[in-house]
Design a protein around this ligand. Sequence first.
Ligand code: BGC
Length: 749
Amino acid sequence: MRTTKFLAACLLTLSVFSCKQPDYNSKDAEIEKKVEALLSKMTLEEKIGQMNQISSSGNIEEMSELIKKGEIGSILNEVDPVRVNQLQRAAVEGSRLGIPVLIARDVIHGFKTIFPIPLGQAASFDPEIAREGARVAAVEASSVGVRWTFAPMIDISRDPRWGRIAESCGEDPYLTAVMGAAMVKGFQGDSLNDPTAIAACAKHFVGYGAAEGGRDYNSTFISERNLRNIYLPSFEAAEAAGAATFMTSFNDNDGVPSTGNKFILRDVLRGEWGFDGIVVTDWNSAREMINHGFAADDKDVAEKSVNAGVDMEMVSYTFVKQLPELVKEGKVKESVIDEAVRNILRVKFRLGLFDNPYVDENKPSVFYNKEHLAAAKRAVEESTILLKNENAVLPLGSNVRTIAVVGPMANAPHDQMGTWVFDGDKTHTQTPLAALKAMYGDKVNIIYEPGLTFSRDTNAEGIRKAAAAAARADVILAFLGEEAILSGEAHSLADISLKGAQTQLLEALENTGKPVVSIIMAGRPLTIAHEVELSDAVLYSFHPGTMGGPALADLIFGKAVPSGKTPVTFVQHVGQVPLYYAHHNTGRPARKGVKPLAELPLEAGQTSEGSNSSYMDYSVELLFPFGYGLSYTTFSYGTPKLSATELAKNDVLKVSFELANTGKYEATEIVQLYVQDKVASVTRPVKELKRFTRVTLKPGEKRMVEFELPIADLAFWNIDMKKVVEPGEFALWVAADSESGEPLTFTVK
Ligand code: BGC
């Protein structure tokens, strides 16, 4: 079953990364026997103990006592190998059955060596970057005994106000599925059994990114069809890639909190997809069902979560306290508990924890090693997006003698790491200022005058000084953006413009008349229309992590060429949110361009002015569409050819075209293939990304690029809630972004 599903996942990601099947479940039959043998020896209390995850209290003796009594299955937030071994010893040598504990940590975009935030990694459209980032994180985290991470976060995120968009792969189901599956493979390596593998956790299941108004934890109202067409595919791909665990989300969808949602946990995840790993709640999300008004008290919480299909409870203790009585009363069957414990033990066996519970305390450190730093630098180079480059200001040429380095993010070692960094050490961060000095200081004079010392700073005096200093330079590099704390969990914003006096700083810099390059590091796509206008060139780097500085320095000087593309739509104004490329058409489709409000006559009569679903003041004008990004070179797209224009449902469509590098730099282009199902039993998105690939060409080089698209990949959940390919006409684009390209058509019989 797993094999078939892995092949399906390979098809999903065909042409974007290779499909060597990881060996996660090779010893399944043997493991099942061991699980059953162990389960048969366990008391009810010991079983329930396995279902309890605590966050480290810091007190080893106290935790060891609980472990010895069999009351704890997993511990979150212990990262010292000596302490991890002490806890493990209590479990293996001190508890009746010697079941090891599973040590967990949020290792989201790096453990010590911090990679770009996941949204940044998604901008690379390169699953290999995601896989490698997760692998490095796993090697570093496992070296201290962490064997379970709560990543990848694969929530579809279409609201930049939501702080957790930073942690996601953006707005697109296909891109998220590909990147998420690659992260699973990276964390888990070739085999879960390998001591450097850490179990991945697909989260948050499901719909969390659709929080109303972008306010964290808010309710969602996703129909089953949208759930299946938009929010579930990335999770299905993660499951098929072998994700060992899943986490329930905080939100209630259509009235049912995920932690108590039998439909998603039992019917879909276990029933339809055949998942046999651990389902863990989010932090206290079980007990929060009381706040939701879905459970009356702790007992109700435990009953509803376990019966819905949760195996392990994170930190809220209702399972250990309430389940024994619930089983006695027959409200939770012991067979249901057994199933949950099987899932937990199975993952512990798969991780090889029974054979190899301890971590080597004396192993030389693998933190920040050369290969890890090089991988992190590559990730920044690939994920930085060139949004504007007027008069080819970038890359800086040999005529540039003096550069002014300005802005609050030029030397912000903590903030450039971004959100969800518990273990990364800012003293290892290489900032742009440090890197420019170290790598290019012998070629150019560098004047550093930050202007503002942090992103929310409003100090006008600093601005005056920065502008005066910048006037002496040939080019100004303005490092702007958001502090790490302005995005992430519970850090949503209603206003997503640049904070503090950063815009005034940029205005003052522009007034100098010198070319201004803005380099923006942020946790989300900000509303920067005005700032883009003020700048001659703009590089968007999200939060780039430990190696942001060296990568950006090389991009600025042309030793590396930008290739990233936007993984999420950049809006002009926050009032336009949500705005995403794969929307449906209305009966009166929105048109671009609005008549200025000032042209409306006074006391104008009631009309259907414009007759389309736009705002009167902002229309649907984007700042940058999904999939957009420039290069130092130029690419020309030949007309695509289709292998056939009439296809059957089991055919594979081949799409080929010639891509040419028509500029002066060797560079990589992210080519995208979009499809629209023109008429269907339910309305379909105007465009959906179906394939993408990165193509590197030398100046003047041309290459035929070919995509294979099985027609089966056009299936969607239709009016009868069946996943089918409906016959009819389809439009297809091969393009540089979601807005360009001319459509071709083909028909499915
Ligand atoms: C977050 C999860 C995280 C967990 C454990 C929660 O608040 O929503 O994503 O894994 O905490 O730290």
